[in-house]
Every structure is written in C-alpha cells, then in structure tokens.
Write a protein that binds this ligand. Sequence first.
Ligand code: ADP
Length: 637
Amino acid sequence: MKLPIKERAFTTGMIILAAAVVMILAALQYRWSNQISEATSIRLADSLQMSMINWHLDFFRDFSEICIAMNADSDVTKPDDHDEYARRFGVWKRSTEHPKLISNFYLIELREDQGPKVYRLDPVTSRFGLAKMTLDIAPLPRELQQADSQAASQSALGAANGAPSALSQAMDREFADRFYPGGPLAGWQFEPSIPALVRPIPSLEPGAGEATQRAMPWIVMVLDEKTVEDQLLPDLAERYFRGTEGLDYQVAVVASNKPKHLLYTSDAGFGGQEVTDADGTMDIFGRLQNGGTGSPIHIFHTPSENKGPAASVGITWFPLLRLNGIDQDWRLVVRHRRGGALGAFVADSRRRDLSIGFGMLFLLVISIAILIVTSTRAQRLARLQMDFVTAVSHELRTPLTVISSAAENIAHGVVEGKAQLEQYGTVIGSQARKLFEMVEQILLFAAIREGHQRYNLRPTEVSEILDAAVSSTAGLARSAGFRMEQEIEPNLPKILGDPSALSQCLQNLITNALKYGSDQRWIGIRARFAEHGLHGREIQISVSDRGIGIDSGDLPHIFEPFYRSPSVMAAQIHGTGLGLPLAKSIAEAMKGRVTVDSAPGHGSTFTLHLPCMEPSARQADAKASEAVSSSSTASTL
Ligand code: ADP
C-alpha cells in the first residue's frame, strides 16, 4: 500500500535532511582530521626541534666550559705564557664533569721558515714541553696554516675584540642569536679529522701586525673519542630523547669524515646506513648552507615560528675549521621509535581516526535507514490495519443487515406461506455462509501468519481440487449469471498437496473473477502440464476473466495483506484484501506460486503453479494404491 503524498513528502524530506547532515559531518570530519594531523605534526616537530636544539646546546656547553676556562682573550694572556694555559687547563679539569674529554692539549706555533713548533702538555708535570709531531695531529698544521691565511684576510681575530668576524658572519642569524658570538668564547673552531677544538691565540703586543708574519700560536685540544662516544653522547641521548619507556627516538651520531663511522647509536644498526626516513637531522658543527640562510636542522615537518631557547650566554658555536668542510661534519640523526617515522606515524593516526569517524558515520547512515524503513513499514501497517477493519466491518454489515431484516420479517409475520419461508431460509443460510467464510478466511490468515497452519499433504489428482473449488462457487456463479468454461488436459500427473487448502486457494481466485469480472460474465478455468527449465515439471491451473483488469501500478501490491486497489474501493466492490495473500501463502506451502497477467479493461488471468510429483514418489504412490485396491478386492471376495 502506497503512503499518502503528504507522508511520502515528509519521509523524502527526512531522508534528504539526514543525507545532507551526514555529508556535512563527513566533510567536517575530513577537515578536522586534516587540521588535527597538521597541528599534531607541528607539535611533534616543535618538540623534536626543541629536543635537538637543547641537545645541541648541551653538547656545546661541555666544550664551552673549556673555552671559558682557557679565557684566551683576556688582556693578561700572552701567547708565550704556556704555564698560564697549563694552569687554566688544570682548573677546568678539576671543575668539569668530563675531565677526560680532552686527551691531549697542544700549543702549536706555525713558522713559515722553520716549520711548525709543537708544545704538548705533559699530564704528569702539568707543563708544556716541546714535542714531536705525532700521527694523530699530523694533518693539523696544514689545516691551521690555511685557516690562518683565511683569517689574515678576513681578520678573524677581530671577532675576539667584538668586531664581526668571518666566522660569526658565517653563522646563521638564528644561531648567532642562540650562541654567544664574542669574548673568550669567540674564535673557537672544530676539526673533525682529529677530532679537536682549535683556536688561534690573539696577540695584543705592540706591532701586532707583524705577529701574523712572525708566528701564529694555536690552541689545539684533542678530544678523547672514547669519552665522547661512551659518556657524552649516550648521556645527551638519554637526557633529550627519553620517553616514559626508554628512548622515544632512535638516535645516532655519525662522523662524516673519511672513513665515515658511527660515533654513537642507540640501536644496533641504526645510522650505519643512510637513514632516508629520519625525523630530524642536524649538522652539528656545520656552517650554514644556501649562503648562510638555511638551518643545519632538518625536521620531518615545518615547525612553528618558535625558534627555541633565547640567547644563551656562556655557550659558543664551534664552526668547522675548514669553510668548505661540510662533508666532514658530524651529524645527529633521530627517528621516532614507535610506529616508524613521525610523518608516517601521524599519517597512520589520521587514517585510523578517519576510518573510525567514517565508520561511525556509516553506522549512523545504516541506523537512519533502518529507522526510516521501520517507521515507513509501521505507518503502512497501521494504515493497512485501519483499512482492514473498515473493509471487514463493511463486509460484515451487508450479510448481518440481510439476516436481521429477514429475521424481523419472519418475527413480525410478514412472511406468508411455506414457499416464502423457504426463500427466506435460503437467503439467511447463504448470508450466514458468507459470514462464516469470511471469518474462516480471517482465522486462516491469522493461523498462517502465526505459523500455526498445518497442511495435510498427500498425492492429489488435479481434478479433485478443481471439482471441489468449482462446486463450491458454482451456485454463486450461477446466481450472478456467469458462464464458466473449463479446459482440463487429460492424464495430468498428480501433485503433492493439501486438497482442501488448494481448493480454498482456487476458490479465492474464482471468487475474485466473479467479483471483478464485470459485465462480460465469463470465467475460464484451465489446467495443463508444463515443463520449464527453471521450475521443472509443473501443473498450471489458471482462472481467467474478461473484467476490469488490474492497473500496472497496483500489480506489485495485490498480494500484500489487506491491499485493495483504489479503483475497486471507489467502485464499492466489497472485499477484505486477504484473498490473494492467502492464495499465495497456500501455493508457497505446496512449493508452488501464483502469477498474474492482467490488462486494465481487458481482464486478468491468475495462474496457480504446482510442482508435479517426482517419478520416484509417483511409483511409491502407485504401489500403495495397488496394495489398497488388492486388499479391498480380497475383502469383497
Ligand atoms: P479483495 O478481493 O478482497 O479485495 P484480494 O486479496 O482477493 O482482496 O485482492 C486484492 C486486490 O487485487 C483486489 O482489491 C483487486 O483490486 C485486485 N484483484 C484481485 N483479483 C482480481 C481480478 N480477477 N480482476 C481485477 N482485480 C483483481
């Protein structure tokens, strides 16, 4: 049964509204998840950048302590006063956390005429003494010489007196902000091949201009690689990349100077090969690339504008000794431990959040769809039930009116003579039968619906069903002036069914043909055998009329309980809307079906399709009847 236009419009409106809300929610969800993952990336990048900067500052702080202790720019420092340097070194050693960080302390004088002069601090006597050029610092004088000539042209020492030096110019502004550019901390450089911290000693003697020609003394502090690898770097990794359960990041420090080697790794194997999915890399001593505008820190995602800690007085930047030695630098490499690289981790989380969000929306859509379908069904059922009550009351009223007025006439003596009384009796009887049939039909429908109806299946001749149906409707047909034609194929195979239910089913079809057969007053009943690929061997019993026919819009609904086409209701043809649903249910219980072929104004043909009995069942049936007939013959004899 179709819903009224108003209700259909309301339902359609609700569906469109729900679809729009779901689409808006999906779009918002998508946008929010993008924003959240962007914000998460920035937050993680910020925190990683901060950890790396702090790691860097702390790493340089250890070196800066030495620089401050050496106080190489003090007015009292004389380049030749070796004992003063030895004393200051001793002070540093006593105060530092890592006294073994410096394995050798040299003062090297570069003399063009005589070659370099090397003084080494004897750890036992704490005095400098002339030493031979050992293998570990062999390449150094040449490097210092080159740095010297660069410094001469760019006045590197000027930086020590506050003027901008080539070194400080080479620093990125960001780093110049972060590291202390002047005073005793200035002028220190890093030579990765030794590795060593080096610095030229300024000369403040009169005629300093000649000093560069005379000799340029250099402080050379050779780092103890073991202390760096076993103490400094593991401590720093623990301090800055530690989470609640151990290190949050895999950390490696790689020395790029040939041969390239790992100084420290938190996880065996990490950093040994090029790490392509690192979350952050940092050239620890590197001068800046891209003309000094870039940063040596690379994070997997652009961090926010926050540049990390403000100017840190007391810490210096140690640029590489060679200006173009960037490929010699030490490099810090970090990668998130859980869920792989952070970028992939954020993308994964976003994908997971989106799937959960869309899953919830999908659930919402399904719930709305179920709600709409259920409420539409409930509405339709309520309407059908109301229509049914109206139709049944209407149906009951006619026979009841006839019976009550007949009874009144008899009671008031209006009926005279035996013949009239018989006539009244017949009318009352037929109306009572009508009532009885209607009540039976309703009870049958209820029983089928509840699943209580039991069928008595047995091999049945088609003629048996036809005879029963025709004889019970013949009187009605005759009184309505209908001509009933029958065409039954001979020798039809038996079917397995309940004869009385099947005859009830046929009766419903014949009654409808009588009700809706209009003035043509013709009914054709046909029974034949057919063999279809899909449905196999079957008996087809069809009931045709040449009446009003059925509108194509009504055809999909006529087998629904209580459905009555609007045209028959308008024509005030009585009915309950249960005849066809009952016929269908009975046919299906016998593994059959009911089909309809109709054209409005030309009539309809309803066909009951029933499967033939299987040959094996037929043989068993034949044997059983043979046995019955032989036993009855024997008993007759
Ligand atoms: P009822 O006849 O009591 O209305 P049915 O379930 O038997 O209920 O039929 C449902 C509807 O199918 C009818 O209301 C009618 O519109 C249509 N219908 C059934 N049989 C015919 C027929 N032979 N010719 C035209 N319409 C029919």
